[in-house]
Design a protein around this ligand. Structure first.
Ligand code: AMP
Length: 283
């Protein structure tokens, strides 16, 4: 696997692949890699001539400096795992390589960045779109792979691609879970033993919401999920929303939309966890 730190080097290395009309698959990550990330890499390898993974803990998408500081960065381990997965290129730049000192970025995401994660992490999706657009402009990938785990992020990036008329195809990959249902996340290693056990309530509540959605109203389904997440008294709910998959706006009845998801964010001690589940149609 070729490890690249500079934009110029990456441009030069990609040129012959472009000349040869090879398809390029791109998997952006912040590292501390787990099976969720590798599922994206495997899918990219299946569908493209060349797969590039990036590891970059993007400062502009963090609202809390302490969170940025504490974000796990086991780079040597990540490199070994990426080599095992036969990833072609790893792009691992420093922040100064990606940003000038006084950069300004503002994109009208038509409200998609103002709900759920956007409420609890103001500016987060501006930072996400800022870095992903830089990556897309540099790499010009044929396809880019994102997890459904960060569903709102997927919608926001789809909107950015639409607004800026980029030619990349976005691929949404399924959520990979631990055996007990907890969605895999780089942040899971921050959980204490007690919080790790309590966190299983999140996916359980989402799966239960699927069943409830066939017998209860939207509001009742939300109330039940909120109760299920909070019942051991350890998890602190930030939101549990049932929304239209495209607009991310709350639905009032099951008939309001053909594509409905439940999305939630929960604090387990100091660690913030997010998860979601399709309710209509089931995926
Ligand atoms: P991150 O390193 O957390 O920024 O994630 C990089 C990519 O991996 C994003 O597209 C995430 O949605 C995706 N991802 C993270 N966790 C999972 C998971 N459990 N299953 C599938 N994809 C995931």
């Amino acid at each position: 696997m070729k490890i690249i730190k500079s934009r110029q080097e990456l441009r030069e290395l990609l040129e012959p692949f472009r000349q040869a009309n090879l398809t390029i698959g791109f998997v952006p990550t912040m590292g501390a890699l787990h099976e969720g990330h590798f599922s994206l890499i495997r899918q990219s390898k299946k569908e493209n001539g060349l797969t590039i993974c990036s590891i970059f803990v993007n400062p502009t998408q963090f609202t809390d400096p302490r969170d940025l500081e504490l974000y796990p960065r086991p780079i040597e381990h990540d490199i070994k795992m990426l080599e095992n997965a036969e990833t072609d290129f790893l792009f691992h730049p420093e922040a100064a390589e990606m940003y000038a000192a006084d950069e300004y970025w503002s994109l009208d995401l038509q409200g998609l960045d103002q709900v759920m994660e956007g409420t609890f992490r103001p500016g987060h999706f501006q930072g996400v779109t800022q870095i992903v657009s830089k990556f897309f402009e540099l790499i010009l990938p044929t396809r880019a792979y994102f997890g459904q785990k960060d569903y709102q992020q997927f919608r926001v990036i789809s909107k950015m691609v639409e607004i800026r008329k980029l030619s990349v195809v976005l691929v949404k990959c399924p959520i990979i879970r631990e055996d007990d249902g907890l969605a895999m996340s780089s942040r899971n290693i921050q959980l204490s033993c007690t919080m790790r056990q309590a966190s299983v309530n999140i996916s359980k509540a989402l799966f239960r919401a699927v069943e409830d959605s066939f017998t209860l109203s939207v509001d009742e389904t939300i109330d039940h999920a909120v109760f299920n997440i909070g019942k051991n008294g350890l998890l602190e709910l930030e939101y549990f929303n049932i929304v239209d998959a495209l607009t991310l706006q709350p639905v009032r009845t099951w008939g309001d939309s053909d594509e409905i998801l439940a999305l939630t964010a929960v604090k387990a001690g100091k660690t913030r966890l997010i998860d979601n589940q399709y309710l209509r149609p089931l995926e």
